[in-house]
Ligand binder design. Structure first.
Ligand SMILES: Cc1cc2nc3c(=O)[nH]c(=O)nc-3n(C[C@H](O)[C@H](O)[C@H](O)COP(=O)(O)OP(=O)(O)OC[C@H]3O[C@@H](n4cnc5c(N)ncnc54)[C@H](O)[C@@H]3O)c2cc1C
Length: 597
């Protein structure tokens, strides 16, 4: 193992809440290789030439258009980037796949079709299929000759996916499973050739199946009428005595949950990537519109209220991007390490993504909410034209909203974030007890009044370290006080999740900016420093509010007073002129006339 790998492996999944990370060992988008940039360029050209020119036709669901775009993407090799070479793909690493998803994320409904095909459609076969299944299906999927979809949700089971009712029973001759049931909201259903379907064998063994469109007994509902991503095919899929050959069981009988949940970890990170691509596109539109639209004889970009919005859009994007590639790199490194240890490729990435499942859930929430924020402000910057279907913000706003719902709703992902951290602590994977007890002692002691270290990044590192203390103090006390009933106090869990999210993103933007300064010099990173400072500064207030709400929900008397006092101490940041910082950020965007970080 290289020194870098060793250091990175020392920060395990969820451990960011108690451990500091080292900027040297993080990966930042400014380090993309020539190959990364080439793939990004190919994807960008494809979007501009093939997708952005036909967005209205896609949204009108012109017959055959979406599959033909996927065919073209397949011809360019964009569908097989993560598929191993032996199955007709390019076997590129996780960062490459993430960058591709990000770039194509600006493709509205096309991005959704593409992500469903290459992600939840293809990955279950790639990671859980046996050799024959992989040999049969992967080359077809990597080239785009066949399209894939994923059938988990049912009318009565969404978040509670394992409560699915679709049933599978072995036929009398033992050659087929007979599927009966109904799936709901299935992306790509209208043109998919292959469906990864989850059903209960004998009514109680949750199992994955590979179902081809031509199997007797499979039929489709009408296209759903949706708020956004109107060009993405979404239908119900019905199984009526549908005959699926026994060799098409995916993975083991009764182990379907392993497929469904493991694929979701990767899916959540990829959703963040796609959302980020969409957000950059909206930011660019917002900046160039603000530069050209004049009111009161001035471009609206001259107004402070608009500059605030442009800057804030960029800060959310830059922060989320920092966390995305930090996590993708950690997963990538751990995967390589596992491969070097002789673990099979099909297991290596899954295990690596599972290790960082907490971070993937955080990214899903932050990416989808950043995009919503950026799109909402995009509409506002466009004013009345933002509300017009003839201008780009209307589509961006409507298409953005789904991201908070699929791949696990944001409520479920917030709950999971806390649940997974606590479970890891209970299993002894991360030691929360020692730092939590140290904080209790620190709260009783006299505060440290020594002169602060004013060197570059020292202050912000101290803030982030303090935010972690705030989280540990609140979460530690909540666990102690509420014990087993904490799981029922979802409002408190949401508060704790919000604190964890703000901490992970704050630390990520800090690590990125620190590394960037080392690479390019402080004088060339002044705007990135501004973005980092505004984000870390704002996080203090958000963490303080979430912490206060939580404390006031479970603590009383002396304990409440002590915790509130501690929270105040740990979220205290010196005065910082965010207005001037945002003006500098906006000025850079306005000068470049696009999202430029
Ligand atoms: C356009 C679109 C495309 C989709 N594509 C696919 C696809 O390709 N394949 C597929 O299998 N599925 C797909 N889905 C389904 C999607 O994953 C589900 O809609 C999602 O998981 C939520 O399930 P639900 O709609 O049943 O909502 P519910 O689970 O009923 O949730 C309703 C509300 O209750 C909240 N809630 C639920 N349980 C809890 C809880 N325990 N604690 C707190 N709050 C809770 C949720 O957060 C949400 O706010 C798609 C959905 C849409 C709309």
């Amino acid at each position: 193992m290289s020194a870098i790998q060793e250091k990175n492996q020392s920060v395990k999944g969820g451990e960011f809440i108690i451990k500091e990370s080292n900027a040297e060992n993080t990966f930042i988008p400014e380090e993309f290789s020539e190959e990364h940039l080439m793939i990004e360029q190919t994807a960008n050209d494809f979007l501009k030439q093939e997708v952005h020119t036909v967005l209205d036709r896609i949204d009108a669901m012109e017959a055959g258009l979406m599959p033909s775009l996927l065919d073209k993407a397949g011809e360019l090799g964009l569908l097989g980037v993560s598929v191993p070479e032996q199955y007709g793909g390019f076997g590129k690493d996780f960062i490459t796949g993430t960058l591709l998803t990000e770039t194509l994320g600006a493709g509205h409904s096309f991005s959704v079709a593409m992500a469903a095909h290459t992600g939840i459609g293809t990955l279950p076969i790639m990671y859980f299929g046996n050799t024959q299944q992989k040999e049969k299906y992967l080359p077809l999927l990597a080239s785009g000759k066949w399209k894939a979809s994923y059938c988990l949700t049912e009318p009565g089971s969404g978040s509670d996916a394992l409560a699915a009712k679709t049933k599978a029973v072995l036929s009398a001759d033992g050659k087929h499973y007979i599927l009966n049931g109904q799936k709901m909201w299935i992306t790509n259903a209208g043109f998919a050739n292959v469906f990864v379907v989850f059903a209960q064998v004998d009514g109680d063994k949750f199992t994955g199946f590979i179902v081809e469109k031509t199997y007797p007994g499979l039929s489709l509902g009408e296209e759903e009428h949706k708020m956004g991503i109107k060009g993405s095919s979404t239908r119900q899929v019905f199984f009526s005595d549908c005959k699926v050959p026994v060799e098409n069981v995916l993975g083991e009988i009764g182990k379907g949950h392993l497929i469904a949940f493991n694929i979701l970890n990767i899916g959540r990170l990829k959703l963040c990537a796609a959302a980020l691509g969409g957000a950059k596109h909206v930011s660019t539109h917002s900046v160039s519109y603000a530069n050209t639209r004049e009111q009161f004889k001035l471009p609206i970009a001259k107004f402070g209220a608009i500059r605030y919005k442009l800057a804030q859009q960029a800060i959310r994007i830059y922060a989320c991007e920092s966390a995305l590639y930090r996590t993708a790199f950690m997963i990538d490194e751990l995967e390589k390490h596992k491969l070097a240890d002789g673990i099979e490729y099909s297991q290596a990435l899954l295990q690596a993504a599972e290790e960082y499942a907490v971070e993937c859930a955080i990214l899903k929430v932050d990416g989808s909410e950043a995009l919503d924020y950026v799109a909402d402000e995009g509409v506002q910057i466009y004013g009345g034209y933002g509300y017009s279907a003839d201008f780009p913000m209307d589509r961006a706003y409507r298409d953005s909203r789904i991201n908070r719902i699929f791949e696990g709703t944001n409520e479920i992902n917030r709950l999971l974030t806390v649940d997974m951290i606590l479970k890891r602590a209970m299993k002894g994977k991360i030691d929360l007890m020692t730092p939590a007890m140290n904080i209790q002692k620190e709260l009783m002691a006299i505060p440290d009044f020594s002169e602060p270290d004013m060197s570059l990044f020292a202050q912000e590192k101290k803030f982030v370290a303090n935010y972690k203390k705030a989280l540990l103090a609140v979460a530690g006390s909540a666990v102690q006080k509420l014990m087993m009933t904490l799981a029922k106090e979802q409002e408190i869990l949401m508060n704790i999740a919000d604190m964890a999210i703000a901490i992970y993103i704050s630390e990520s933007i800090l690590l990125r900016t620190e590394k960037l300064v080392k690479l390019k010099g402080e004088e060339n990173c002044s705007v990135q420093l501004d973005m980092m400072r505004v984000y870390v500064n704002d996080a203090a207030d958000r963490i303080a509010l979430a912490g206060k709400e939580a404390i006031n929900s479970f603590a009383e008397g002396d304990e409440q007073r002590m915790l509130l006092m501690g929270l105040k101490r740990f979220t205290k940041v010196p005065a910082f002129n965010v207005k001037e910082a945002r003006r500098r950020i906006a000025a850079r965007l306005i000068e470049k006339n696009e999202y430029c970080f």
